[in-house]
Design a protein around this ligand. Structure first.
Ligand SMILES: Nc1ncnc2c1ncn2[C@@H]1O[C@H](COP(=O)(O)OP(=O)(O)OP(=O)(O)O)[C@@H](O)[C@H]1O
Ligand SMILES: [Mg+2]
Length: 254
């Protein structure tokens, strides 16, 4: 038997009003690995990613059908606790969305909205662990009260990842997390993702095929709202099953 998927969709369809943005998506995302979602602009990558923590609920006139199971629980059921879901399935965006607060309070903020504030020394310990996990502690430990906007973009993106990590998620969704970064910073963040996937399930949307090839274990190729192919990354990039995948990775379109 195949190992249980961490995330599994069954006939997932999504409409924005009358626009059919996702069509019959069936995907199985393995635990503790990096899965990349690639495909040309507008093919539904971000839409699919946002399904996994029901962020599309925030978009008006969105209709979703099918099933999205996380650990075999259908998160589309109405009784789903969305706050708990978004703690368990964290998200990192294209532009680092740090708040105009101190580094320390950026991290404490997430704990507060999730009701995870405890005694002060426990908060300090969580902040330290979060910053250690993203490789920022040594650089920032003496300036935790500095405004997060004074950090470099790479540090800001790492801080955003730390802000997700201290909520102790299982899954981290990353929507083009390196597109605001220079190539060196991009490689360093990719290294971080390789470390994190030992403990977390990562799903990364990227425009950059080289990035998908470097960082992911599995790759899904999407086109016009459909998942065309899903396989080991090496297979997708060397011997894809579908002609459309082959054309895309050879640069024939998109
Ligand atoms: N809120 C919305 N209302 C209506 N249509 C939307 C909305 N959000 C996205 N779309 C449309 O759904 C389709 C998929 O969008 P999505 O953002 O998921 O694509 P994407 O693959 O992430 O593209 P990109 O690579 O440009 O980020 C596009 O045609 C887009 O215009
Ligand atoms: Mg997108």
């Amino acid at each position: 038997m195949e190992p249980q998927a961490k995330i599994e969709t069954k006939d997932l369809n999504l409409f924005y009003g009358t626009f059919h943005a996702l069509t019959d998506v069936n995907i199985r995302i393995p635990a503790r690995a990096v899965t990349a979602i690639i495909g040309p602009s507008g093919c539904g990558k971000s839409t699919l990613l946002r399904c996994f923590n029901r962020m599309n609920d925030l978009v008006e006139h969105t209709q979703v059908t099918g099933r999205i199971a996380i650990d075999d629980q259908n998160i589309l059921e109405p009784q789903t606790d969305l706050i708990a879901l978004r703690r368990k399935v964290g998200m990192v965006f294209q532009r680092p969305n740090v708040f105009s607060l101190s580094i320390y309070n950026n991290l404490k903020f997430g704990l507060r909205i999730h009701g995870m504030l405890s005694r002060r020394n426990e908060i300090r310990q969580s902040v330290r662990t979060g910053l250690e996990q993203v490789g920022l502690w040594d650089d920032l430990k003496d300036k935790l009260s500095a405004n997060a906007h004074t950090l470099t973009l790479e540090q800001q993106q790492r801080l955003c990842i730390a802000r997700v990590l201290i909520l102790r998620p299982d899954i981290i969704l990353l929507d083009e997390p390196c597109s605001a970064l220079d190539p060196i910073a991009t490689l360093r963040v990719e290294e971080l993702l390789r470390v994190l996937c030992k403990d977390y399930t990562l799903v990364i949307v990227t425009h950059n095929m080289q990035q998908a090839a470097r960082v992911s274990d599995f790759t899904g190729f999407m086109y016009l709202g459909r998942l065309v192919e899903f396989a080991d990354t090496q297979k997708i990039f060397t011997n894809p099953a579908e002609q459309l995948t082959e054309d895309y990775i050879r640069g024939s379109f998109g």
